[in-house]
Ligand binder design. Structure first.
Ligand code: SF4
Length: 424
């Protein structure tokens, strides 16, 4: 398993470590009403089977909390209780055995209540995620709409009397707030209604909000924290997480909120989450899609595998075809994909094996030189190759079956794997 150099400190959430050198974990969230025990339990199992490492449940009221207590007993998976406004629900979830709770501390207006939550979390050694969303920033931190500008956090003050925890953090030694981001050169114009300055201002405001919340936790000597800075704008989310990482080593939960569904949502999430992970930023991810939760897990896995951070499936390298292709390559590809799914131990035992299905003998092997095993089609025949080297001539009809046979042999030979998908 490969890792980009990450700089977060490790946080324990149940049996799972988030941050440090731990593999990037994948989170899912149930979409049922938590109080509906049967539906929620089914969905927990389904999300777990899809490959989630952590599952979050919304706790909106006492009925949800009662159900959460029962659900806790039904799974050993790391469970997160998502609380928005009521501190009693947060306390109840902690006592019920939540491994982690997700809070937007700005929604819990009484600092004493928040301190009680922190005390209980500390006592039971559970983690807290401080979640900041660009759409629900405290009003005094939200930058005004329109125009390019930057936010200097040192000028921000809380208008809420008695709510010191929403005020601006006093800079700690060596962690001064730096409103300048060195990671990119701002372009002067980015089209109407979405200027660079807006994204940057919002990103800074999000980090200011996180910083202010973190001060409360740190004042109580609580550091078992994960932070999220989410936005439906890919750039805002990227900028906010970069700025945050310059100043803090808390593990980061990455996600693009309200990304929608279908290809657009997948592209937004892959770019937002993937760009940050490639920079070594991010310790746990959740792909939010308007769709079944299992699809979110699948998308999360694809992102991690595309970056080489974890491996879950064999990787198929197939060419788009062009005028040089003289076979129906898509048909062969379909046979290989279908056949793979029928192989014993699929996908786990084949995780990370690179399989090529290429449309011509001239360029195919070279373009797929990284493949562990592959086929390149010619006219009525083709050949089998490994690492770009031809190993056998094959008739066109035999291309898919021979490839599948060779893949099975690879499974036998590779032993239990370096490219494992397990978090263990
Ligand atoms: S491998 Fe051959 S057929 Fe496929 S895109 Fe490249 S040149 Fe075209």
């Amino acid at each position: 398993m490969a890792f980009r150099k990450r700089t977060s400190h490790p946080v324990q959430a149940g049996s799972l470590i988030i941050g440090g050198n731990a593999p990037v974990s994948i989170q899912g969230m149930t979409k049922t009403k938590t109080a509906d025990l049967r539906q929620t339990l089914n969905q927990i199992h389904s999300i777990q089977n899809a490959g989630a490492d952590i599952i979050r449940l919304a706790i909106r009221d006492r009925d949800d909390l009662t159900a959460f207590k029962l659900l806790r007993k039904k799974t050993t998976l790391t469970l997160v209780a998502d609380i928005h406004f009521q501190s009693e629900l947060a306390l109840g979830a902690i006592k019920a055995g939540a491994d982690k709770i997700r809070l937007n501390p700005g929604n819990i207006k009484n600092p004493e209540q928040l301190k009680k939550i922190i005390k209980e979390a500390k006592k039971r050694k559970i983690a807290i995620r401080v979640g900041v969303n660009s759409g629900s920033l405290p009003p005094h931190l939200h930058p005004l709409p329109g125009g390019a500008r930057s936010v200097d956090a040192s000028h921000l003050t809380s208008p809420h009397k008695g709510e010191e925890f929403l005020g601006v953090a006093s800079p700690r030694k060596g962690k001064e707030f730096n409103p300048v981001i060195p990671f990119f050169s701002p372009s002067p114009q980015r089209g109407e209604g979405g200027g660079e300055g807006d994204e940057l201002s919002l990103a800074h405001a999000m980090v200011s909000a996180a910083k202010n919340y973190l001060n409360i936790f740190e004042a109580e000597d609580f550091r078992n924290l994960v932070v999220s800075l989410k936005s439906s704008s890919v750039r805002t989310a990227i900028l906010a997480n970069r700025i945050f990482r310059q100043q803090f080593d808390y593990p980061l939960h990455l996600g693009i909120t309200e990304s929608g569904r279908g290809n657009l949502a997948l592209v937004k999430s892959a770019i937002g989450i993937g760009s940050l992970l490639e920079e070594g930023i991010g310790d746990t991810i959740r792909v939010s899609l308007s769709g079944p939760p299992e699809e979110e897990i699948e998308a999360g896995r694809q992102i991690l595998q595309a970056l080489g951070l974890r491996y879950f499936y064999p990787e198929i390298i197939s060419c788009p075809t062009c005028g040089r292709c003289q076979v129906n390559l898509f048909k062969i590809l379909e046979k290989v994909e279908t056949g793979l799914k029928c192989l014993p131990g699929y996908p786990r035992d084949y995780a990370g094996i690179k399989i090529a299905v290429m449309g011509c003998e001239v360029n195919g092997p070279g373009e797929a030189a990284a493949a562990d095993i592959g086929i390149a089609a010619g006219r009525k025949n083709g050949f089998l190759f490994t690492k770009g080297r031809e190993i056998a001539k094959i008739n066109e009809e035999e291309l898919a079956p021979v490839l599948l046979r060779e893949i099975r042999k690879l499974r036998k030979n590779r032993g239990r794997d370096k490219r494992s998908h397990s978090l263990g």
